[in-house]
Design a protein around this ligand. Structure first.
Ligand SMILES: Cc1ncc(COP(=O)(O)O)c(C=O)c1O
Length: 406
């Protein structure tokens, strides 16, 4: 008998989760745009509703019929089945119509008024706003800790009553500061650990393997990879977490539509290729810009000087990734001039695409934060964030150098 070997991630992503027989033999998935599905029998309809609403569990090989595309649809199922092998430790995935929808749903599904959240700063500006303004207005206490300060995080976790969620973004947007995921998981105890893995995952960092409960993505970024689709994903090790998020997704109506799921699905087999190239490019550029006379600092994992940050990077990341930030000596005027002079890098928010995008976080992605929140998080007037694409790194470095000459 042939020896059965477990396939590796690169093979699984192309072979698992899609059955051509269900797409009239098409070698790649078709797009199923229907809003509703015809049941084979009324009993099949009843069973589908019982399972979708959580009143019953599907048997291991039972085929549950589709109902309605706010609840589920084939392109969401295909995408979810195909992304699971890429996220080490995941048993299930839930796709959303944006990264914010994934984050919001994961928070609302696990919090009630009176509960508390400990979160690291900085976070992506939208997520930080959720923590600072939205959740407190709904009766959830939110406790910030500065990213990278492990002892402060452990103290805050221990001191916070009714703690239900610990939320980390590592590396943090836009300062690249890393938080120790394993230490957070150990300290969190019964509280859930949610990790936004947008900057390094699913290729270079594996939070579920380090003890996180739910991993979150803006799929708009590296998963989408071409700056042409908005989406989000949550993945978990425990099937109960996946089921809970699916239930809330039905209520909130924030599933990703079929066309976007199809686009994202087609990008999965190349995410590792793209991210590897982006990481190699970014490392060469970061190290090339380090020490430039117009800069006070280059923020990039291989340039960390703090021994604790070096330790966390070595312990939990395989490669440094495609994001870096630079701090210009001339503050905001110098940062704006740098953006104006770029010839290859484009001045746009978002990140993770094959084309290089550059932005000034304090006046854009993080403009909703107070001066004090920016100061605490290290988001200065001269900070510029670079999302490195797959262009030739020598052309990009030359472009950045000429733009710094002003
Ligand atoms: C780290 C991170 N998390 C979440 C988000 C939100 O994702 P989306 O724009 O897909 O809602 C972003 C967006 O920039 C981000 O950078």
């Amino acid at each position: 008998m042939a020896k059965k070997t477990k396939m590796r991630q690169d093979t699984q992503v192309l072979t698992q989760g899609f059955d051509p027989r269900l797409s009239v033999g098409s070698a790649r998935p078709a797009v199923f745009r229907s809003s509703t599905y015809v049941f084979s029998t009324p009993e099949a309809a009843e069973r589908a509703f019982d399972v979708a609403s959580g009143r019953a569990e599907a048997e291991p090989d039972e085929r549950i019929e589709l109902i309605y595309s706010r609840i589920n649809h084939p392109n969401a199922e295909i995408f979810e089945d195909q992304i699971v092998p890429l996220e080490t430790g995941a048993t299930g995935a839930v796709v959303f119509n944006s990264g914010m929808a994934a984050i919001m749903t994961a928070l609302m599904a696990n919090l009630q008024p009176g509960d508390a959240v400990v979160y690291t700063v900085p976070l992506y500006g939208g997520t930080q706003k959720l923590m600072e303004d939205f959740l407190p207005a709904w009766g959830v206490r939110t406790v910030p800790v500065v990213a990278g300060d492990r002892l402060a995080m452990e103290r805050a976790i221990a001191a916070t009553e009714k703690l239900k969620v610990v939320f980390l973004e590592s590396p943090a947007n836009p300062t690249l500061v890393m938080s120790d995921i394993r230490a957070a998981a150990a300290a969190a105890g019964d509280a859930l650990l949610l990790v936004d893995n947008t900057f390094l995952g699913p290729v270079f960092q594996h939070p579920l393997a380090l003890g996180a409960d739910i991993v979150l993505y803006s799929a708009t970024k590296y998963l989408g990879g071409f700056s042409d689709v908005i989406g989000g994903v949550a993945l978990a090790a425990d099937p109960a977490h996946v089921k809970l998020l699916r239930g809330y997704r039905i209520l909130f109506g924030n599933i990703l539509p079929p066309d976007e799921c199809w686009i994202l699905d087609s990008r999965l087999p190349t995410v590792k290729l793209r991210m590897n190239r982006q990481s190699k490019n970014a490392q060469r550029i970061a190290e090339g810009l380090d020490g430039h006379p117009a800069l006070t600092h280059v923020y990039y994992p291989t340039l960390f000087t703090d021994p604790e940050q070096q330790r966390v990077y070595a312990a939990q990341c395989d490669f440094p990734g495609g994001m870096l930030s630079i701090e210009l000596k001339g503050g905001k005027p110098a940062a704006f001039e740098f953006l104006r002079r770029l010839k290859i890098g484009r001045n746009a928010v978002s990140l993770g695409g094959v084309e290089t995008l550059v932005c000034h976080p304090k006046s854009t992605t993080h403009s909703g934060l107070s001066q004090e929140a920016c100061r605490v998080a290290g988001i200065s007037d001269g900070l510029v964030r670079l999302s490195i694409g797959i262009e030739d790194w020598r052309d990009l470095l030359a472009d950045f150098e000429q733009a710094l000459e002003s």
